[in-house]
Design a binder for this molecule. Structure first.
Ligand SMILES: [Fe+2]
Length: 404
């Protein structure tokens, strides 16, 4: 990365912190104004909560700004997403309060009356959003679910009927920095399922290879009869590392490969492995996703898929589900494709409802079918951007392949 780009990204970060600071001050102003005439107990309780939020924000900000060590150290990488959670709380509370006040002012204007200062709507908005964000951080983010899905494949060789696949996506390993015990239990639960295959669709890291620490010892606790396979996601090249350059990219690719392999996986870098399963050959193919910011590029589908005969049951691992239909350009839609990447926006409506992820990705969660080819998209295990999930739980997927 050039010096100008590095300076620009530092300036954007400073601007981001200034916006958060202003949002926090704004919340103080409106909550104080609303509560100054109110009951002492209510006022004291809300102000204790508000003080705790501000103190946490300033503490986190100081730790980030004063930190001089390796950026991708797991502790520092985790602090970045903790700040993301704080940003969600401050920005959503201040925006919701601003909108509520604007609506109140417009209604009073239409009625031809001056807006009164009664009510505690802003205080209630702040309290509810603080509780929701705290729940998303402390509980929902760590509440790992096992999602089970049967995939019916027309013309499947009877020998493959019942094949059990454990799918893991988007570990973003440093997001487990405060809860490696949960990750450990999740890998143990995968192992307890006795899967035939474990497939991991990438984004092992968020910024840099250093995030792995000793997590490979946790990941290799999950084992499968016929092997574990992985592909790299858009984060695994290290292109989101501040100060990324060709030299860091080469180092990151080498180290990430070593870590993925020491975690028990065979890494498929635009390649396919033909394995024997219950006396039948099947192909496990993997195409890498590369990315920087929102730009995604993919490895060579044609090189990987075209040599595989149509008669060979083929599973494709791709990080970004958009690659599923691109693979048809290679003239060879795999029988099953598994992907992750979307995280389901880490937020959705309760009860597996709609998520903003649907506005960004054509395929974002669950099972899809096109011309007899199936795609399953996992909403992932780890977190990125913010250390929280809202009605979009972290998941381990168990796929069972059957014939019709
Ligand atoms: Fe991703």
């Amino acid at each position: 990365m050039s010096a100008e780009l590095l300076l620009l990204s530092k300036n954007i970060k400073v601007l981001f912190y200034i916006i958060l600071f202003i949002a926090d001050l704004f919340l103080w102003f409106i909550i104080w104004r609303e509560l100054k005439e109110r009951d002492r107990i209510l006022r004291a309780s809300v102000l204790v909560l508000k003080t705790a939020v501000t103190a946490l924000f300033l503490f986190l900000l100081l730790r980030i700004v004063l930190y001089k060590g390796e950026f991708a150290d797991p502790a520092n990488a985790f602090r970045q997403i903790q700040m993301g959670t704080m940003a969600v709380l401050l920005v959503s509370s201040s925006t919701a309060c601003l909108t509520a006040n604007l609506l109140k002012w417009m209604i009073s204007l239409l009625r031809g009356r001056k807006a009164g200062n009664s009510g505690i709507a802003n205080t209630l908005i702040f309290i509810l959003l603080t509780l929701l964000v705290a729940d998303g951080y402390f509980r929902q983010r760590l509440d790992i679910r096992t999602v089970r899905q049967t995939v019916t494949v027309t013309g499947l060789d009877p020998a493959l009927d019942g094949m059990k696949i454990a799918l893991i996506a988007d570990l973003h390993i440093s997001s487990w920095h405060d809860s490696y015990d949960r990750l450990d239990r999740a890998m143990q639960s995968v192992d307890d399922e006795d899967p035939d295959l474990i497939l991991n669709t990438g984004d092992f890291i968020t910024f840099g290879w250093q995030e792995f620490g000793r997590s490979d010892t946790i990941l290799r606790k999950a084992k499968a009869l016929a092997g574990a396979f992985a592909v790299e996601g858009n984060h695994d090249d290290g292109t989101y590392y501040p100060g990324f350059d060709d030299s860091y990219g080469a180092e990151c690719r080498m180290m990430v490969e070593q870590y993925i392999e020491s975690s028990g996986y065979t890494l498929l870098r635009d390649s396919a492995a033909v394995i024997n399963f219950r006396g039948k050959n099947i192909a496990i193919a993997g195409v890498a996703t590369h990315g920087h910011r929102l730009d995604m590029t993919y490895g060579n589908f044609e090189k990987v898929l075209s040599p595989l005969p149509d008669s060979l049951f083929t599973i494709l691992l791709i990080h970004d589900p958009a690659g599923w239909l691109i693979s048809s350009i290679a003239g060879r839609l795999p029988d099953l494709t598994v992907a992750g990447h979307t995280h389901g926006f880490q937020a959705g409506l309760p009860g597996r409802g709609w998520s903003p992820s649907a506005l960004i990705h054509e395929q974002w969660r669950g099972l899809y079918e096109f011309c007899g080819s199936h795609l399953f998209v996992s909403t992932g295990l780890g977190t990125m951007g913010m250390a929280a999930r809202f009605f979009m739980p972290p998941e381990i997927v168990i796929l069972t392949i059957t014939t019709d």
